[in-house]
Write a protein that binds this ligand. Structure first.
Ligand SMILES: Nc1ncnc2c1ncn2[C@@H]1O[C@H](COP(=O)(O)OP(=O)(O)OP(=O)(O)O)[C@@H](O)[C@H]1O
Ligand SMILES: [Mg+2]
Length: 265
């Protein structure tokens, strides 16, 4: 669905991505983990064609992204940015309906309205339908932006910290909705996220970014005390809760000291 090969990207002279390769298949939710400034948002923007990598290739549904127009990319990829600007005096309903824009020729069809309705229900946004975006709380707005990307029904969803402003209930609701969209529609999702436990609970795959390269990529087996120490500089315990793995942060450590103290599960 999405295949990335050897991407290099630098802002002016500052290298951020230094040869990043991976793929995400249909029906797969992949979480990108890495500390602040690791290059997660930069990577997502390279995939979207907002930034242009100096080297490497991106294949979207087997087509070379550099040959696709921004509109063609927009039709294939839904994007939830880390920071959204919301200057428009738009209602929640209209904002979500805007997600249908790549599908709409003249006016919204019954099908467009049905999709919008469905997405708003699944994220419990119906009561806010007629509210203007500048009258929402930070978390409510974040849900609207996610709803808009889901309403687009893209083949690939790119989400940049979609749960960062959400309360506990909404974090679960959003992750469940994304996971359901991935399973039911067979889409591929790539998500930058800081909450390792939320990622562990809902993702199929984990990509750990460090110093411009992928430190590890794979299933839950890549989340270990050693990888958490290397990537975040934090010593953790990794426990099992039934079938699930959970990470318990202990303390921020110097890398050297942490390596001795690490515990494996
Ligand atoms: N427009 C820009 N111009 C120059 N440098 C930038 C620009 N945007 C980001 N950077 C730098 O590139 C690096 C990667 O930034 P990026 O936003 O991709 O990190 P991130 O992993 O998304 O971090 P966070 O978890 O804080 O969102 C950082 O060092 C950042 O300072
Ligand atoms: Mg970011």
């Amino acid at each position: 669905m999405l295949a990335v090969d050897g991407i290099r990207f630098a802002y002016n002279a500052k290298p951020v991505l230094d040869g990043v390769s991976f793929d995400v298949a249909r029906g797969e939710l992949c979480s990108i983990l890495g500390n602040n400034g690791a290059g997660k948002s930069t990577l997502l923007k390279c995939l979207l064609g907002i930034l242009h990598p100096q080297e490497g290739s991106v294949l979207i549904e087997e087509e070379d992204a550099s040959r696709l127009s921004r509109m063609e990319i927009a039709r294939r990829m839904g994007y939830v940015a880390q920071k959204e600007s919301t200057s428009a005096r738009l209602t929640v309903f209209d904002a979500v309906l805007m997600g249908r824009r790549p599908h709409i020729n003249w006016g919204a069809s019954a099908r467009d309205l049905e999709v919008v309705q469905e997405v708003m229900e699944s994220l419990e946004l119906e009561d806010l339908s007629l509210r203007y975006l500048d009258q929402l709380s930070g978390g409510e707005l974040q849900k609207v932006v996610i709803a808009r990307a889901l309403a687009q029904e893209p083949g690939i969803m790119l989400l940049d910290e979609p749960t960062s402003n959400l309360d506990l209930r909404n974090q679960l609701e959003v992750m469940e909705t994304v996971r359901r969209a991935v399973a039911e529609r067979g889409i591929a999702a790539l998500m930058a996220i800081h909450d390792v436990n939320l990622a562990l609970r809902f993702s199929h795959k984990f990509m750990l970014l460090k110093d411009g390269v992928i430190f590890a990529c794979g299933g839950t087996e890549v989340i270990t005390p050693r990888s958490m120490l290397e990537v975040y500089g934090v010593s953790v315990e990794v426990e099992k809760l039934g079938e699930r793995k959970i990470v318990i942060p202990l303390q921020a450590l110097e890398a050297e000291k942490g390596a001795e103290e690490e515990r494996h599960v």
